[in-house]
Design a protein around this ligand. Sequence first.
Ligand SMILES: Nc1ncnc2c1ncn2[C@@H]1O[C@H](COP(=O)(O)OP(=O)(O)OP(=O)(O)O)[C@@H](O)[C@H]1O
Ligand SMILES: [Mg+2]
Length: 1060
Amino acid sequence: MEDHEGPECGKADFVLLDQVTMEDFMRNLQLRFEKGLIYTYIGEVLVSVNPYKQLPLYGPEAIARYQGRELYERPPHLYAVANAAYRAMKRRARDTCIVISGESGAGKTEASKHIMQYIAAVTNPSQRAEVERVKDVLLKSTCVLEAFGNARTNRNHNSSRFGKYMDINFDFKGDPVGGHIHSYLLEKSRVLKQHVGERNFHAFYQLLRGCEEQELRSLHLERNPALYNFTRQGAGLSSGAHCVSAGGSVGRGPAFWDRDSRRGIGTPRAGPGPALARVVKSSSQALESDENSHRAVTEAMRVIGFQCEEVETVHRILAAILHLGNIEFVETEDNGLQKGGLAVAKEALVDHVAELTATPRDLVLRSLLARTVASGGRDLIEKGHTVAEASYARDACAKAVYQRLFEWVVDRINGIMEARGRDPRRDGKDTVIGVLDIYGFEVFPVNSFEQFCINYCNEKLQQLFIQLILKQEQEEYEREGITWQSVEYFNNATIVELVERPHWGILAVLDEACSAAGTITDRIFLQTLDTHHRHHPHYSSRQLCPTDKTMEFGRDFRIKHYAGDVTYSVEGFIDKNRDFLFQDFKRLLYNSSDPTLRAMWPDGQQDITEVTKRPLTAGTIFKNSMVALVENLASKEPFYVRCIKPNEDKEPGRLDESRCRHQVSYLGLLENVRVRRAGFASRQPYPRFLLRYKMTCEYTWPNHLLGSDQAAVGALLEQHGLQGDVAFGHTKLFIRSPRTLVTLEQSRAQLIPIIVLLLQKAWRGTLARWHCRRLRAVYTIMRWFRRHKVRAHLAELQRRFQAARQPPLYGRDLEWPPPPAVLQPFQDTCQALFCRWRARQLVKNIPPSDMAQIKAKVAAMGALQGLRQDWGCQRAWARDYLSSGTDNPAASGLFTQRLKALRDKDGFGAVLFSSHVRKVNRFRKSRDRALLLTDRHLYKLDPGRQYRVMRSVPLDTVTGLSVTSGRDQLVVLHARGQDDLVVCLHRSQPPLDNRVGELVGVLASHCRGEGQALEVRVSDCIPLSQRGAQRLVSVEPRPEQPEPDFRCSRGAFTLLWPSR
Ligand SMILES: Nc1ncnc2c1ncn2[C@@H]1O[C@H](COP(=O)(O)OP(=O)(O)OP(=O)(O)O)[C@@H](O)[C@H]1O
Ligand SMILES: [Mg+2]
């Protein structure tokens, strides 16, 4: 059980009391009641105390806490019992029933509503439409039945004036698929008369106060209930109906209404002053509540499936009853014109009744004033009523019409709720949960036939309770092989027998009195009872006990019920039991043109001359229905809710000790506890016991290795030294004293925190392992994915580069697919390798004579790094242009001579480059010169003087050269320890041929071969140094310039380049 059910809240199960005495029982009840804990168990029986205030115990969250739990897992609650009944039904496919008992106002109807709500909330998770419909009807039917069957009494503002047993049918999934309501003995005499402070059935007030003005007019009614005999008594009283607010009369405090009404102020006859003010206030409250209820009931009827015409008929019948109640009879004199006899005082009322019941006016009048009797054979004669007879007939008619109306409403709901289209072969057998909410034990100042029946019903149920509880207990002990010890308890079988025994019982005597010819009076009936039961310990009367002045001679008899003594007045017993209604009314109403009303009176069809069997008396019908009910309940697995009314004043939070003690005693709750503990306070199946306590013993924690659960339980108990206080059944352990249970609970409670830690540890470990496993899976997936990507990439490369060997392109245009990140370095290497391979393929095919040129071009490309737009790559590089006859036709011979002389002198191996140039010197003078580059020297020659050497620089001092990015032929040669040589290649064939790249290439190629560094700079503004002076040289394209030339301004050189 949960923690907040701690010691300060008392024992959640009376079985756990140390001693079973009334004092201890009451102390526990009181303690829990004060803490707002209105529910307590006796084993599986729930004891409920009416709190008379709204407690935060109900609603969806509370339902969720009980759903799917065992009875003992949560604090005692109606939901737990509902859940237990539901689970028992589902688990074992057994019919179960919940019997709610207790006296009037103890909270039975409220309890049944909570149970229904619970069942509705936990079923149909798949939201099947048909199941939802059934649930709707089940829930809404309560409201409608309360309107027609409940009334305000002095004991309960919303007292059920009929017994109700509702079967709910469930399919194999545990969803409600239908239902059936049985109603028992409606207290129909209430239609005519009510005690002071009480009201007629709610339906009348709801109609008068709630219906629309237009409808009211069509019903010929006035709003004021005080205008009608049947509703006058309760006209100033509020309703206790709960259709609109669940609160109703709750919390209204000590009976304000009751006090007023007892003084007779609650009626419209009240005098002026504060009392009147209260009446006005009370009337308006009543009005509002009835008005709202009317709306709610009409809406509920619509939802349930009543047709509009049916609801209208219901209203018309209620109105007809009210009019009927106002009909008075007068004797008329014989005045010559008209025969004397009986007449109706206000004939308009007869018109209204005829109109509302859709029957001919004349027939209504005739039925009220006379009756038809068959006099031998088929002759019919009409016999006029006396005033008394007519009044009796009118009242009987009003009661009967109301009763038939009520029964029709119940039948109609049943018709709608009936499980439809179910085939047991296809759908499996339906299981049933029955909920019994029947009127509680009642004692009024004057008790009549109805109270007698109600109290007899409670006796029957009490007997069933005793039988079932004892029987179940006994069966269990036998089943488990445990010796049974009998317990003393009061068995009320003798009282039940007093009432229902054939021939002798009170009901049998009453029936006899009813059937006897002649006029047997109630008094004679009493005398017969006295003779029959003079020695019965539970029966007495004034005749038998002349000194007892609390009973009236010739009127009262007393039964010592299990719940207390009740004095009944025999007045009206015979009449009520006979429940006689003249056939004329039955025929009248059967012939109504309203089909709904007609359907309520099938027996009106019978011909008056037909000889029929005597109808069963009300008492016998009731007795039979009770016997059937008890049989029905006994065939089901029962769950009990025992309701206790804490005080008479409907006051919240007050528990009247003596009143409750009385109820505890007559409900036999102490005996219940004793029976439950008859040697054994608790019993549990071995596996469940182990589950709960196994942590308290080293042999059973975490799991035992013994031969059976029973052996393990034995070992556990031995370790605690408790083996002497238990008995071992076949499947269950029986624990004798609650102390043993408490000891086990305590040692369990001590270990729970450790187990919680253990569980937390294990759970965290599990979570971490899950996380780890997930990560591993992620990495595996990633690995495989990468592998797949790599494979796919390689396959793609292979596919694309299959054609790479084809000359002449050798895969030049092939595109490399983007590699996965992991393959980027690999691909870079591959690309480099591919380039080299491709270069090799290309180079392989080059003739050796072209190799030097190719090397030079490669060197030029490397040195220029793509910074110069055009470097003459496409041309064949001839190198020694000055020796060429085409390039230097005028002086090639001269140059060749000079070259020979130089070779002889300097001993160079090869000419790398030769060309005419235009140069500018540090004196800003520009001249034509020739440039000769051998593998040893760089020569500056003068073409004007047979190419005389003007300057010779050893090639290994040349450190670099600078060129521009354009097409111009500007070259600046840098040499260590020398002025920079600024030249522009020119006078070439074709003119302005692009030879700068060639110069760069041959020089770079040579330097690379020599292992000499050469710096090649590409810039459009070349810095140079001449004798320490720093200058800049740039190029200016000029279309009109015939020949390239230098210009100097502000210390900078500009090459004027003829750009064409
Ligand atoms: N659990 C509860 N919480 C709050 N109020 C309650 C509860 N149970 C009963 N009551 C109050 O007590 C009143 C009487 O309850 P209820 O109508 O259920 O009694 P009953 O046992 O059905 O009586 P009767 O036999 O006369 O029909 C209710 O109208 C309601 O105001
Ligand atoms: Mg009730």
